[in-house]
Each structure stands twice: as C-alpha cells, then as structure tokens.
Design a protein around this ligand. Sequence first.
Ligand SMILES: Cc1cc2nc3c(=O)[nH]c(=O)nc-3n(C[C@H](O)[C@H](O)[C@H](O)COP(=O)(O)OP(=O)(O)OC[C@H]3O[C@@H](n4cnc5c(N)ncnc54)[C@H](O)[C@@H]3O)c2cc1C
Ligand code: FES
Length: 255
Amino acid sequence: MLQAFYKIQSKEQIGKATYSFVIDCPPLAHESRCGCFVHVQCGEKPLRRPISISEIDAENGTITLVFEVRGEGTQWLSERGVGDEINILGPLGNGFFPEPDKPAIFIGGGIGCPPMLGAAQTYGKNAEAILGFRSKEHMILLEKFQACCKCVDVTTNDGSFGTKGFVTDVLRDKLQSEPDAVVYACGPMPMLKGVAELCAKRQVKCYVSLEQRMGCGIGACLVCACKTHEKDGEHMRHVCKNGPVFDAREVDFHG
Ligand SMILES: Cc1cc2nc3c(=O)[nH]c(=O)nc-3n(C[C@H](O)[C@H](O)[C@H](O)COP(=O)(O)OP(=O)(O)OC[C@H]3O[C@@H](n4cnc5c(N)ncnc54)[C@H](O)[C@@H]3O)c2cc1C
Ligand code: FES
C-alpha cells in the first residue's frame, strides 16, 4: 500500500457531473489490480473518499479514476486540474481475480460501471457487458466498453437509450446463451441483489463489488461492515479490506 501525491495527467468531463482523471503514478499503477480502489484526500476533509480504479496502464504508469460529484469531497476533486497533485492512498481492497480464458459478463449500474471497465479489458473478446443507467444523459463509458467487449447491451430506466428496463432483464436472456460465463457486477444494492439472485437460480458464478460508506479504508474502524454467510458460518466482513469484491452467494443483502 502506498501513500503519495500524484499528478493529474489528464482530465475529461464525461458526463453531466462525471469526470475522468488519468493519474501519473508509476508505483501505484504497478501494484494495482482491477477491482481495487484508492482513497483520495479531498481538500481539508478529515476522511478520504474511496474511488475505484477504472483502468490501469502499467506500461505508462497511470491509473484512471472516474467519479461522479455527490457531495463536498467529490466536488473539491472535480475542481482539480491537469498538473495538480492529489494525495492518494492505495491500492486498497482485494480486487478481481480474472480468469480471462473464460467467458465473462460485466454488469455496471451507473457509477458502478468504471470498475467494470478495467476488468472487462483484461478479458478482451471473452467479455460481454450490460450497462444500466437512469437515462441516456447519465450514460458513461459506452465507447470504452464497446472497444474491448464482444458485445455491449445498454438498459435505461426510461427507455431513452437501449432496452427499457433493468440490467437483470437483459441478463436473464444472456445467461441462457452463456451458461458457463462468470458474472461480475458493481452498482446500487438492489441491482446487485437482483443480479445475485438470477445467478444463484442458474448456478452461475457471480462476484459483486460492494459500495459501503467508509472511514479509514484499511480495516481499522468498522464503518464499512457487511454481513456474509460463509461455509463456516456468519461473519461481519470489512468491505474495504475483505472486499470490495465478494462472492455473491456469501453476501447477506439484507444484513
Ligand atoms: C469501494 C468504493 C469504490 C467507489 N468507487 C467510486 C467510483 O469509482 N466513482 C464514484 O463516483 N464513486 C465511487 N464510490 C462512491 C464515492 O466514494 C462517494 O460518492 C464519495 O465518497 C462521496 O463523497 P462526497 O464528499 O462527495 O459526498 P458526501 O456525501 O459529502 O460524503 C460524506 C461522507 O460519506 C461518505 N460517502 C458518501 N457516499 C458514499 C458512498 N456511496 N460510498 C462510500 N462512502 C460514501 C464519504 O466518504 C464521506 O465520508 C465508491 C465507494 C466505495 C466504497
Ligand atoms: S473503512 Fe474502516 S474498516 Fe473499512
């Protein structure tokens, strides 16, 4: 785990209130794995803000962070520019352990799409993606997913782009044509619960990346606890340290 100031190499606004930063951070890029996250110091805020690593370019020593402005911390971050340095702690969390020779379906809901991108890139043409958004104007990263996946489906709640409905509506059919695929998902809890239930019914392996409020980000404060049911019984796990990626069969979506 590293902590240092790293320079913003490029900045792009990719949505209404969504930004993509490429960070020049060779040591961090070498240690990072898709599905991990970093903890970013946002101005004078005492608590850092967790942001997933979206893409990793180990050769050029960069990682890409994609974030939506939600409150004061992410607002502060969105006001940083190219050349500014931000204090980053990471990489944190377990991340994905890809098996790129197998088919995989990546499911992103809204701002849950960024961590799915780097993972999909490692699978290349074995990857399919289902991306869900509230409406067309909230859509992000479509071209990036299209560039690496063999097939990308989009759903919008209001039908303004792609299929009207939820990612689970598309997943239901897809699991029939790809029964051996591994499913990876990140997004709002109700979406993850729906994806996990569908996969359990079809006995398809599914990993979910959970988003939980965080304090320390390193397993020391218990703010991010989540309940799991594992082979040896019930546990309270830390999303920051034991996750954010969990086997969906073990997550207690009601706990
Ligand atoms: C593992 C992980 C990965 C994430 N990856 C991304 C990402 O790639 N892009 C992105 O846009 N957002 C991501 N988030 C959510 C992001 O951390 C919150 O939107 C951000 O912390 C909000 O901070 P704020 O100061 O702008 O908002 P405020 O609401 O002012 O934040 C107040 C406090 O609540 C915490 N908090 C608020 N919302 C969340 C949340 N949803 N999850 C965790 N803590 C929260 C903040 O850390 C802070 O301590 C991720 C969260 C987690 C846990
Ligand atoms: S955020 Fe402190 S233990 Fe997870």
